[in-house]
Design a binder for this molecule. Structure first.
Ligand SMILES: [Ca+2]
Ligand SMILES: [Ca+2]
Ligand SMILES: [Ca+2]
Length: 229
């Protein structure tokens, strides 16, 4: 009988030692390992959860791993859940998260980015030459081009002298009119003795016998300026 009591006592002790965490004091008090970082081995980027007799670790949002070791997701490389940055934004990775910044030429939160029109002076506007060039809006930027009659890079534009005979820069009547350069353009005026727009000039010539003699025998070209009369 004493032997049976001894065996029962042994098994009762074994039961208490194995399953006492289910019981309330005074049998055994559960230690909350999560209440002190030195009592658990969770990563600094993990959340500790206490359980009866133990604990477990779960990596925080933005991290992956076992819980005792957690690594940041680089959302900008589309790890984990990726990122929601706009196609016109730049993604920057941070520990546990990321952020989006709209690229130059765009306004917004980074998740939404709206192109703005520098040509109507928004956000500092543009640096096109004022009054002598034309601004053209482009996605994320703008371009400047000198207006007709001006030369340059669009940021600085200077008047073009069409009267210097550069190619077909002016359409003044050749030989019978005079070209005058103006800022951004030019004018043509018929020479003295000719009538017209300057682009076309008609000579008001009265050919006398003397003049005809001059034209025929001295200088054919003088017909244009012959105003004998
Ligand atoms: Ca991250
Ligand atoms: Ca733009
Ligand atoms: Ca000009």
């Amino acid at each position: 009988m004493e032997r049976l009591a001894l065996v029962l006592s042994f098994f009762f002790f074994l039961f208490l030692s194995k399953f006492s965490f289910f019981l309330s004091p005074p049998f055994k008090i559960d230690i909350n390992e999560c209440s002190n970082s030195t009592w658990n081995n969770c990563d600094s980027n993990a959340t500790c959860a206490n359980t009866p007799g133990s604990f477990y670790c779960t990596c925080k949002s933005g991290f992956f791993g076992t819980g005792t070791s957690c690594t940041d997701y680089n959302e900008c490389l589309n790890q984990g859940t990726g990122n929601n940055c706009n196609i016109y934004a730049t993604c920057t990775n941070t520990p546990g998260s990321f952020y989006c910044t709209c690229n130059s030429g765009f306004n917004g939160t980074g998740v939404t980015c709206t192109e703005y029109n520098e040509c109507i002076g928004q956000n500092g506007g543009n640096n096109c030459a004022n009054g002598t060039s034309t601004c053209t809006n482009t996605p994320g930027s703008f371009t400047c081009a000198c207006n007709s009659g001006f030369s340059g890079n669009g940021v600085t534009c200077t008047d073009y002298n069409e009267c210097l005979g550069q190619g077909s820069d002016n359409n003044c009547a050749n030989g019978t009119s005079t070209c005058t350069n103006t800022v951004g353009s030019f004018t043509c005026a018929c020479n003295s003795g000719f009538n017209g727009t300057g682009v076309t000039c008609t000579g008001n010539i009265i050919i006398s016998r003397l003049c005809l003699w001059d034209v025929l025998f001295e200088d054919n070209l003088s017909l244009l300026s012959c105003r004998c009369g």
